[in-house]
Design a protein around this ligand. Structure first.
Ligand code: CUA
Length: 149
């Protein structure tokens, strides 16, 4: 084998390994990739359920021009599964300061898991134009630090 061929193979292998590593790293570090789940009418009822003291499920419903639930209270350090759907047109679902970017689509469920390590108010905004009330369409995740109580 030629010296330059060997070089190319080593470079290609290194780049490929870096690429695979970065995908796995990002996946483990931020949150899982949004996934689509089979639709069920039960998802059209907005609610927050607690699985254990650090795990929550939020069933978020988008409709012109609001998200429900509007305010989601969770303790700091919680991991939250967001299940998202829409009652009408396509809406966006973006949580500021978190790597969450989902679409709310009627007849579809999108899911994303997020960990909230820092207390604060995280705005949820609709980032897909959905009509005249679009710019006012928002909700918030309120993450409490129990030591402030
Ligand atoms: Cu809903 Cu824009």
């Amino acid at each position: 084998m030629d010296q330059s061929e060997k070089k190319i193979i080593i470079i290609t292998g290194t780049v490929l390994a870096l690429f695979i590593f970065s995908i796995l790293y990002a996946r483990g570090r931020n949150n899982d990739l949004p996934e689509c789940l089979p639709f069920d009418k039960a998802y059209l009822e907005p609610k927050v359920t607690q699985l254990d003291n650090k795990t929550y499920q939020v069933f978020a419903v988008a409709q012109m021009w609001q998200f429900q639930p509007t305010q989601i209270y969770i303790p700091v350090g919680s991991e939250v599964d967001f299940f998202l759907t829409s009652k009408d047109v396509v809406h966006g679902f973006n949580i500021s300061e978190k790597n969450v970017n989902m679409m709310a689509v009627y007849g579809n469920i999108n899911k994303s898991t997020v960990k909230f390590d820092k207390p604060g108010v995280y705005k949820i905004t609709c980032h897909e134009y959905c009509g005249v009330g679009h710019q006012a369409m928002q909700a918030e995740v309120i993450v409490n630090d129990p030591s402030y109580k």
